[in-house]
Design a protein around this ligand. Structure first.
Ligand code: UDP
Length: 241
C-alpha cells in the first residue's frame, strides 16, 4: 500500500481508510474472491504491547490491514502529520461484516470467550442474522491450538471472529493462518461478552466524546494498568514530536 494509505505509528503501519472504503473497496471484494484476509484492530494498548513483545509485534505486522481502533491512534496520526480521517472500531466492523454475511448467506465461526458467553453470543447472532450460516463455535480456553485451528479450518468459514483478547487472539491467528485457504480473520477482544450481555459497551455519547476508556475504567477498575499504557502511548507520541 502507498504512503497515502498508511501511517506508521511506533513502527505499526496503520490503514488510513475510512470504514466505508475498507469495506466497499477491500473487504467485500476480497470476501467475494475468497481471498484470505487478516485484520488487526489496534488501539494504543496494542501498540504499546508490540514495543515489549517481539512475537506479538510480528503477529500484528503480518496482518493485511491494521485498523485504527482508538481515538488515541487517530490523535497520534494527526500529531505525526499524517492524519487518519476516522476511527474504525472492531466492534462496528464486526457488525457490518455480520450484516454482509447475512445478505450473502456466508458462514461464520465464533472462537473465544467462556463457553457460556460463547453460546449466548452465537445464539444472539443466530436470532439477529438468520441468513448467516454458523460454521461452528468454540470457547477460548484451550491449549491445543493446532488441533483447534484445524477444526476451524475444516469448517471452511468465510468469516472467523476470534475473541480471546490480545495478544492471544492475534498470535493465534498469525500462527495458523497458513492452514486456511480463505476467510476473513479478525480479533474482536471482549465482543462476545458484550453480545452475551455480560459486559456493556459504553453508551454512544461517551464513545463520541472519546471517553470509552473512562467508561471501561469505571466498570472494570482492574483495567487501570492498561489505561495507563494508553496514556503512556500519548505521552511518547507527543515527546517524539
Ligand atoms: N479469553 C479467551 N481465552 C483466553 C483469555 C481470554 O477466550 O485465554 C476471552 C475472555 O473470556 C474475553 C475476551 O477473551 O471474552 C477478552 O476480552 P477483553 O475485553 O479483555 O479483550 P481485549 O481488550 O484484551 O482485546
Amino acid at each position: 500500500m502507498s504512503n497515502q494509505e498508511i501511517v506508521e505509528i511506533m513502527d505499526i503501519p496503520f490503514n488510513k481508510l475510512t470504514e466505508n472504503e475498507l469495506l466497499q473497496q477491500h473487504l467485500y471484494p476480497r470476501i467475494n474472491a475468497n481471498k484470505r484476509t487478516y485484520i488487526v484492530t489496534a488501539n494504543p494498548e496494542i501498540v504499546m504491547q508490540t514495543r515489549v513483545d517481539a512475537i506479538y509485534k510480528k503477529s500484528v505486522k503480518s496482518a493485511d490491514y491494521i485498523i485504527p481502533d482508538g481515538a488515541g491512534i487517530v490523535k497520534a496520526s494527526k500529531i505525526l502529520g499524517n492524519p487518519i480521517e476516522e476511527r474504525v472500531t472492531g466492534f462496528d466492523l464486526m457488525f457490518k461484516l455480520l450484516s454482509y454475511a447475512e445478505k450473502h448467506n456466508l458462514s461464520c465461526y465464533f472462537l473465544g470467550a467462556q463457553q457460556e458467553a460463547n453460546d449466548r453470543a452465537v445464539s444472539r447472532v443466530r436470532n439477529s442474522y438468520p441468513g448467516i450460516r454458523i460454521a461452528g463455535s468454540h470457547h477460548g480456553y484451550f491449549n491445543n491450538d493446532e488441533e483447534i485451528a484445524k477444526q476451524v479450518a475444516a469448517a471452511k468459514p468465510d468469516l472467523i471472529f476470534v475473541a480471546m483478547g490480545f495478544p492471544r487472539q492475534e498470535n493465534f491467528i498469525a500462527a495458523h493462518l497458513h492452514l486456511f485457504e480463505k476467510g476473513v480473520f479478525m480479533g474482536v477482544g471482549g465482543v462476545f461478552d458484550i453480545l452475551a450481555g455480560e459486559v456493556k459497551r459504553a453508551p454512544r455519547a461517551w464513545i463520541k466524546l472519546n471517553l470509552e476508556w473512562l467508561y471501561r475504567l469505571i466498570k472494570q477498575p482492574f483495567r487501570w494498568k492498561r489505561i495507563l499504557k494508553a496514556f503512556e502511548f500519548m505521552f511518547r507520541i507527543m515527546i517524539r514530536k
